[in-house]
Design a protein around this ligand. Structure first.
Ligand code: HEM
Length: 481
């Protein structure tokens, strides 16, 4: 009798693991991170500064420190290596930052028509042959080679060879998998791309003016960090969220697929996706002087401000957890608590113009070819990489086999979640500890403080603004796609 009771309790406990273990392990992981890294930062919205004041604080000129003085930075530099010290996201404000930011804006200033053509070409190259059979895919993995090709073309103004695409995907995948604590860093994989880019920079293959104050190796690291890491990762994650949201909301998908030119609706679906699943969990800044928000609210100098996108994007919305693209019919993105690309006055995303154009184009290309179905969980950090059933539109696929496949997918996703949460706990703890040990950011600024700098400003490239008439600097106007 006792044995039977023990067996029943054991079996129930085992069967219920997917429902409580992952969140319990996540809570434990966060506590261990705080324990190793120390209590740092002011959460916003939070006790002192609420959602109504977030934009004011974020845009304050003194909310401008980026890396120096935050233990959190050691962790980000660790994940984004090599070359985190050259990444636009992590540079402190100043001349070097301005020159790098100008270069990024210039490279990203691709007009809409070539942008859409290049996306269409990349989608055809990558998924062109997958239009015959039904496949179970991970959406992030499916999208990554598409964006690797696109950004290669943007940087080099020529089609992307398969070998280069593999190097870029290997690099981007390694960064994002480590960031989510699903795997350790594999620096050799990343250095392979660095070596390839150094060769290309040294042989004059980059047709854009790169920051003049950087050496060839530093220019290669700049390209690697911004275009072959951030751009590829962010676009792949954004598209994985978009397609997974469509897979989980068939009525939204049907409405879009039956009218692919309804740009207004597509924009609302993208806005709703980026509201519920913002790519940044937290963006941090370090205050360079005291900030007085009102009579009672004073933020001291040196405070690490942690702006929480998920919390902000849920405040002030009716039924904030419901995926409802039509909410944007009556709410203006400009007036809402919604900042998918950051704050215009404080280092916003330089791709806020190009990213939505290319997302729209990629969504149309994918919806033309496939139906998407999924029963997997959809969370902001999407560590499952968006498991999804990809059904070619040209193919008949009965509802019985589809339901069976979706049942199997759900079961696999739930159990993977259990295993993954334990892996994330172990690897995350190790990486937080390793990043504290290496102190990449802290040591960089210590070394900088000891360096004697040449007096006077450094020579800088003449600024050039995006024009409507795009001329590929490499092909003298002829854009080879
Ligand atoms: C849908 C896609 C994307 C979203 C939602 C997104 C979102 C964001 C956000 C919210 C920030 C500001 C974070 C902060 O305040 O610290 C940011 C910064 C940045 N993003 Fe994006 N991003 C996307 C795609 C891209 C792409 C394609 C690139 C390609 C180069 C890019 C490059 C950067 C850079 C370099 C920064 C740092 C800006 C600076 O500090 O000056 N992002 N992004």
């Amino acid at each position: 009798m006792v044995t039977l009771a023990v067996l029943i309790v054991g079996a129930s406990l085992l069967a219920s693991l997917p429902y409580w273990l992952p969140s319990a392990v996540l809570g434990l992981r966060m506590r261990i991170f705080t324990w190793i890294n120390g209590e740092e930062g002011m959460a916003i919205p939070g006790k002192l500064v609420d959602a109504a004041q977030l934009k004011r604080l974020y845009s304050h000129p003194a909310a401008n420190g980026r890396s120096r003085g935050a233990a959190l930075s050691d962790l980000f530099w660790y994940w984004l290596s090599p070359g985190a010290h050259l990444h636009q996201e992590h540079l402190e404000p100043g001349e070097e930052y301005e020159e790098v930011a100008r270069t990024t804006r210039r490279i990203l200033s691709l007009p809409r028509k070539p942008a859409e053509d290049w996306v269409a070409r990349s989608v055809t190259d990558v998924v062109g042959r997958a239009t015959q059979s039904v496949n179970v895919v991970r959406l992030r993995d499916l999208m990554m080679p598409i964006w690797a090709e696109f950004y290669y073309r943007l940087v080099f103004c020529e089609p992307c060879p398969i070998g280069a695409r593999d190097l870029i995907v290997g690099n981007a995948n390694d960064v994002v998998t480590a960031l989510k604590c699903c795997s350790l860093r594999h620096m050799e994989r990343r250095y392979r791309l660095t070596r390839f880019l150094v060769d290309r920079v040294e042989s004059g293959a980059v047709p854009h003016d790169l920051p003049a104050h950087l050496s060839a190796r530093e220019q290669a690291l700049y390209l690697q960090g911004t275009f072959f890491n951030t751009a590829v990762v962010q676009m792949s994650e954004a598209m994985a969220h978009l397609l997974l949201a469509l897979a989980k909301h068939p009525h939204v998908q049907d409405r879009l697929a039956s009218n692919l030119n309804d740009e207004g609706y597509l924009d609302r679906v993208i806005d709703e996706t980026l509201r519920l699943y913002p790519l940044f969990g937290i963006a941090h800044r370090i205050t360079s002087s005291e900030i007085r928000l009102d009579e009672r609210t004073i933020v001291p100098r040196g405070t690490v401000l942690c702006f929480s996108y998920p919390a902000y994007h849920r405040s002030g919305f009716v039924d904030p957890d419901v995926f409802d693209p039509d909410r944007w019919k009556t709410v203006s993105p400009r007036d809402a608590n919604y900042i998918p690309f950051g704050i215009a006055t404080n280092r916003p995303c330089p791709a806020q113009g190009l990213a939505p154009v290319t997302m729209r184009a990629a969504a149309r290309e994918m919806l033309k070819r496939f139906e998407f179905h999924s029963s997997a969980s959809h969370t902001r950090s999407i560590p499952n990489r968006g498991p999804c059933l990809l059904v070619p539109r040209a193919r008949q696929f009965g509802s019985a086999p589809r339901r069976l496949l979706l049942f199997a997918l759900r079961l696999r996703d739930r159990w993977e979640d259990v295993w993954r949460s334990i892996v994330q706990l172990a690897l995350g703890t190790y990486m937080v500890w390793d990043a504290r040990r290496l102190r990449l950011c802290e040591r960089y600024f210590e070394a900088q403080a000891l360096t004697v700098r040449e007096p006077g400003p450094q020579p800088m490239a003449a600024p050039s603004e995006p024009g409507g008439d795009y001329r590929c600097p490499h092909t003298n106007g002829r854009v080879r796609v």
